[in-house]
Design a protein around this ligand. Structure first.
Ligand code: 5RP
Length: 218
């Protein structure tokens, strides 16, 4: 199976976590696109979805799935999203699609984060994938200096303005050995909107697609 087929496989597998009649949280990315398509074709009628990006909102609406504002719900039973990296504890790096801030907001509303990914995303230590950090534009240079002090190299993602009118720094050269402490520290830096380490909002379940099918880590 190629990577696209693995994404379709885990997109379909995530349907097991969707209860008809409920409002679900929906992430962003090519794997989530597969989930949205699978949901639309499944006959499972959800009451609606809270979406983490304009991209997913468009796709949900194209399929006739109602999209609700985050402010309209007080909680969600489940949030389904992909990841750029995930470790065996469910800690993730996210934001390759620049949607990390809304992803963290919707994840925070949910009782359970179900991560869907192909097996190449499973790592021992987070940090090989360039860490996305959404920043207020005027803070970008100072934040790059702060990451340099940690041994990282921050590069402004060219031509990208997020759904929140902010910029993305991609940081290479970090080995994130304590994701909870790292997320807590970087979140405090002035000008950081969201750091792409999802440790506090980690995945409770990960559906990993590989040659042998779907493996569930929980
Ligand atoms: C978007 C994300 C995505 O979940 C992550 O980039 C994985 O994307 P894909 O499913 O396309 O590999 O965090 O901001």
């Amino acid at each position: 199976m190629n990577q696209d087929q693995l994404k379709q496989l885990v997109g379909r597998a995530a349907l097991d976590y969707v209860t008809p009649g409920q409002i679900i949280g929906v992430g962003t990315g090519s794997t989530v696109d597969c989930f949205i398509d699978a949901l639309a074709g499944s006959g499972i009628a959800v009451a609606g979805a809270v979406s983490s990006s304009e991209r997913s909102t468009q796709r949900l609406r194209q399929h006739g799935i109602p999209v609700l504002d985050a402010a309209e719900v007080s909680g969600l039973t489940v949030y389904i999203d992909g990841a750029d990296e995930i470790d065996s504890n469910g800690y993730m790096v996210k934001g390759g699609g620049a949607a990390l801030t809304r992803e963290k907001i919707v994840a925070d509303l949910a009782d359970k984060f179900v991560c869907i990914a192909d097996a190449s995303k499973l790592v021992q230590t987070l940090g090989k994938f360039p860490l996305p950090v959404e920043v207020i534009p005027m803070a970008a240079a100072q934040l790059a200096r702060r990451f340099a002090a940690l041994g990282g190299t921050a590069t402004l993602r060219a031509g990208v303005v997020t759904d929140n009118s902010c910029h993305i720094l991609d940081v290479t050269g970090l080995a994130i050995t304590d994701p909870l402490a790292f997320e807590a520290e970087v979140t405090l830096w002035p000008g950081v909107v969201t750091v792409g380490v999802f440790a506090r909002n980690k995945a409770q379940v990960c559906l990993l697609g590989g040659a042998d099918g779907v493996r569930t880590l929980s």
